[in-house]
Design a protein. Structure first.
Length: 334
């Protein structure tokens, strides 16, 4: 059996990538096949130390610094650096000499050599394009050689929220007080799993059932709210603890440190197996958004609760929920 931590990290990344290329009902089957197949192999992560600061072109360092100042998430910065360093390693030429066809050939070869998905290839194109556009905007270049390269099309499968009966089944099936509190809390607040990991008990206002998120995406603050069910299950979980840790969700073992994003996702993998249903934190966030829209919440209010900078991001949930569209059609034509 492979070491637990590297495999768990690999499984987390794999699940996120599968969400982009497979419909939800096929993801669980794919993960089961991987779990069975992995027994005879060992998973190790490529050390990021292979990409040292010295190997990063100076202009890339400046670009990454500018993105860091603009509050780009650390995980995104790591991916930007990784993709840009690989790009320049292959190019072996100055950014001033790179032409459109150089980028096209790089993308073509990358896909052929790594058997990468069109979704991942598009993410590389986006990073390269943003980098060169930054060079143009800051007077390093006169034109963006990536601007003429069209978006790489890939199939986007519609992510479905949990049906009300499935959510109730999960709440009924899960008996662990911490797991139940997690389900109720994430569903009723709609917060991101990374935000949940950083929350503290001192951020909760029990009078109005609100929580201050101090470090949301882009390091922005906002307030979210939880319902009565979440209050009951959260208090039951807190009453079961005998530690003095300020984190809302903590490890069951001493010294009871705050659960990380990865640890929370690992708990949901356990929950998924227990209820025989693919349940993960973002699905609860998606369910929160869908329920809010169906209840008549204005889009701008939902945008504020979800912490979206761009209303177009919130519109994704509205586009994916066809129930209201069907209801309005039936009201008009029946």
């Amino acid at each position: 059996m492979p070491p637990e931590i590297p495999y768990e990290q690999f499984r987390t990344v794999l699940t996120m990538n599968l969400c982009n290329v497979l419909p939800p009902d096929e993801i669980t089957a794919a993960l089961k096949a991987v779990d069975i197949s992995i027994n005879d192999y060992e998973i190790t992560r490529k050390p990021m130390a292979l990409i040292t600061t010295e190997e990063v072109p100076d202009v890339v360092k400046l670009y990454l610094a500018s993105r860091a100042i603009s509050n780009l998430a650390h995980s995104s910065l790591v991916q930007y650096k990784y993709k840009l360093v690989n790009f320049f390693k292959v190019m072996r030429k100055s950014y001033t000499d790179i032409q459109t066809n150089d980028i096209r050939l790089y993308l073509y070869n990358f896909k052929a050599q790594n058997n990468s998905s069109d979704c991942y290839l598009e993410s590389i194109r986006v990073v390269i394009n943003q980098f060169f556009q930054w060079l143009v905007d800051n007077d390093y270049l006169l034109r963006n050689p990536c601007a003429k390269i069209e978006k790489i099309k890939y199939t986007r499968y519609r992510r479905k929220p949990l049906a009300p009966i499935d959510l109730e089944y999960c709440r009924w099936k899960v008996t662990d007080v911490r797991e139940k509190a997690l389900i109720d809390f994430l569903f009723s607040t709609g917060c991101r799993v990374s935000e949940c990991a950083s929350m503290r008990l001192s951020d909760i206002n029990w009078n109005d059932r609100s929580v201050l998120i101090r470090h949301g995406k882009g390091d922005k603050e906002r307030t979210v709210y939880f319902n009565a069910e979440a209050e009951v299950s959260l208090k039951a979980y807190l009453d079961s603890r005998n530690d003095e840790t300020d984190a809302i969700f903590v490890n069951v073992r001493a010294p009871h440190g705050a659960l990380s994003k990865g640890a929370l996702e690992s708990i949901f993998r356990k929950i998924s197996k227990q209820v025989d249903m693919h349940v993960f934190p973002h699905k609860l966030r998606h369910t929160f958004a869908t329920v809010s829209l169906r209840s008549g919440m204005p889009l701008e209010k939902l945008q504020a609760l979800l912490g979206h900078n761009d209303p177009k991001t919130t519109l994704i949930y509205a586009k994916q929920d066809q129930t209201d569209i069907q209801r309005e059609h039936m009201r008009a034509f029946t």
